[in-house]
Design a protein around this ligand. Structure first.
Ligand code: ATP
Ligand code: MG
Length: 603
């Protein structure tokens, strides 16, 4: 089955079961400044999983969502991980629960996709001091297997019929997204991708879910508990289901079976043409010093595909945030390609866009822009490489610190420094180089862990308060400076808010004071915060600020704060502006020509 048929079969299956099909959201999360990219189908749906009514009015949703997981970058090169993939998902917002969810997953896999039930293994939550073992899921799985004549034992060696395996919280529990809120057990579905596996004796007869024999295909999360401030778990009023299945992995299984040979994820219909094109244009000279030829081909294929998807959603290479991630992906691909010109970019982009043009039409429209952006980055990086090489050639030996400085100031990659220095007979202090490298890695990992970790919105109390404060600030700026002020960006952490807006010059002290006072006045006024769903036209007519792009069919959510502020937003917000606390502007500065930034705190 081709990817397009899998997408359609999935959406039709859930449509027939009362689900509203929603379009993929952008890879750039809207109204969620806490993460860089959309990492799962549930990500754009967080407000609805937290209890807000979905604008479609439906309690059952299904989608095919574009996802980027930069945290999986080190895994790219194996047979199953990509940095960009599409996630098939179905959701129940306080509607059906474990029974329908598990039965439908089983039915879809075995009846619609005709997967072999004897190759399916599942995991469930084992239970701990917070919540009991998920007996309900176990019973449901037993029934599913039994209907196919398979006895499914729990936690037994495979030889004794083991099928269902109970796992601890670190693998079979989701959430909460912040420190408190909805969370619960999940059940994961795995497929045996090697026919001979069962004939091999595994050490203790128990399956290894981290091994390459078992491919995780689908995860069903059951939001069943509410974690409270005191750390206790109580049953949740609105119980939700959130599922996610990797399209590429399903394609990998189905296309492997059709071709009667075990394929890697890079050999499926949406990836192989890209890899083939890259193979044509990239000669692979001397790749061994960086990694094997095959791994390089996979890395280039993955990274270029992800870059195309990111640029199509409006991300461009830069030194910050998303743009920086994109730049890193492109540089890594360029490094692995070992090519000194950019002639390969156009054909590779063309193949990629042609694969996705039906599913994501904007990709085809933007093909020239994408080619240009990648081509420019290639040229820029090649200059960097040339510069770094010149620096190295000037010296007789390099300390680890020198190598690191080359990296810091020229962006000259450490692998290349090492390789090039050695080829020129320049000696290099490798041990020190490794120490510097590791220190740098640790630093950047710590710095970015917040944004890359789970890829889920932070809905802690503080963040919610900052979210509301951001709306009040936006409106106050417009009131004090005028209606030309437009939001250009926003970022919230539990410690502060950051708001970027269009304004040509430095704000005066008096203007800042007036804005701060106005925000505090609206907080003190205790304005009620209300939410409504309406059509974009109605929102526009009501004077709501925000984006008017159509999302989720034809309606948007609008948050109103008394008679002061009205903005399109997915929330969440406090219920009364009083809850925001005292607002203080800590800093006003330039971001770029015509754009200013305010950092503010609340107490
Ligand atoms: P894994 O342990 O294999 O990395 P995961 O636990 O990160 O998977 P989930 O977060 O549950 O996966 O995502 C749901 C589904 O999305 C997975 O079951 C899998 O089919 C798919 N998936 C997750 N990460 C990737 C990836 N990097 N590339 C391709 N598909 C993926
Ligand atoms: Mg993962």
């Amino acid at each position: 089955m081709k990817s397009q048929e899998i997408r359609q079969t999935f959406l039709d299956f859930f449509k027939e079961r009362g689900h509203t099909v929603i379009p993929s959201a952008s890879l750039v999360p809207e109204n969620d400044p806490t993460v860089l990219f959309t990492t799962a189908g549930m990500h754009p749906l967080v407000p609805y999983l937290l209890g807000q009514a979905h604008p479609s009015g439906s309690k059952r949703l299904a989608s095919v969502q574009k996802c980027v997981r930069t945290q999986d970058i080190e895994d790219v090169g194996d047979a199953r991980h990509l940095t960009f993939f599409e996630m098939l998902g179905n959701w129940s917002l306080g509607d059906y629960f474990k029974q329908d969810s598990i039965r439908w997953s089983w039915e879809f896999l075995t009846e619609k996709l005709h997967l072999d039930p004897s190759k399916i293994y599942v995991t469930v939550f084992a239970g701990d001091q917070d919540a009991p073992r998920d007996e309900e899921s176990i019973a449901l799985w037993k029934e599913c297997f039994a209907a196919k004549g398979i006895t499914a034992e729990v936690d037994k060696p495979l030889a004794e019929g083991g099928r269902i395996f109970a796992m601890a919280k670190d693998s079979n529990w989701w959430g909460p997204a912040g420190t408190t809120g909805p969370c619960g057990p999940d059940t994961e579905i795995y497929y045996d991708v090697d026919d001979e596996w069962l004939n091999q004796t595994l050490p203790d007869g128990m399956p290894d879910f981290e091994s390459s024999r078992l491919l995780e295909i689908w995860n069903n999360v059951f939001m069943q508990y509410n974690k409270l401030e005191d750390g206790s778990f109580v049953p949740l009023a609105q119980q939700n289901v959130d599922t996610g299945m990797g399209l590429e992995r399903i394609a990998q299984i189905l296309q492997s079976e059709a071709q009667k040979k075990r394929l890697t994820i890079f050999e499926i219909d949406t990836l192989k043409p890209i890899a083939d094109e890259i193979k044509k244009v990239v000669p692979f000279v001397d790749v061994d010093t960086i990694s094997g030829e095959q791994e390089s081909l996979r890395i280039i294929t993955d990274h270029i595909r992800t870059s195309v998807m990111m640029i199509a959603d409006g991300v461009y290479p830069s030194n910050k945030d998303r743009g920086y991630i994109l730049r890193r992906l492109l540089r890594r691909a360029i490094l692995h390609s070992q090519l000194e010109d950019a002639s390969w970019v156009a054909p590779v982009v063309e193949v990629t866009t042609s694969i996705y043009k039906e599913q994501y039409p904007s990709i085809a429209e933007l093909q020239d822009d994408i080619t240009k952006a990648i081509g420019e980055e290639v040229a820029k990086f090649q200059k960097t490489i040339a510069q770094g090489k010149k620096e190295i050639a000037k010296r007789e030996s390099l300390t680890g610190k020198d190598a690191f400085d080359l990296y810091q100031s020229y962006g000259f990659p450490l692998e290349l420094t090492k390789e090039y220095a050695l080829s020129k007979g320049v000696t290099i202090d490798e041990a020190e180089f490794e120490t510097e490298f590791r220190r740098h890695q640790d630093l950047s990992r710590t710095a970015s862990s917040g944004q890359f970790k789970s890829g889920l919105a932070d809905h802690s109390d503080m963040s919610v308060r900052y979210h509301t404060a951001t709306h009040l600030l936006h409106q106050s700026l417009r009131q004090i400076l005028g209606d030309t002020v437009q939001q250009k960006g926003s970022n919230i952490t539990p410690e502060r808010l950051r708001f970027d807006f269009s304004w040509p010059e430095k704000m005066t002290f008096d203007q800042l004071k007036a804005v701060e006072d106005l925000v505090n006045e609206k907080i003190a006024a205790g304005l009620p915060v209300t939410v409504e769903t309406m059509s974009p036209d109605a929102a526009h007519a009501a004077g709501a600020l925000g984006f008017f792009g159509h999302k989720y069919g034809d309606s948007v959510t609008v948050y109103t704060m008394g008679d002061f502020s009205k903005e399109i937003c997915t929330g969440p917000h406090v219920q009364n502006t009083k809850e925001v606390g005292k607002f203080h502007i800590a800093k006003e500065e330039a971001v770029s020509a015509g754009v200013r930034r305010i950092k503010a705190t609340v107490e």
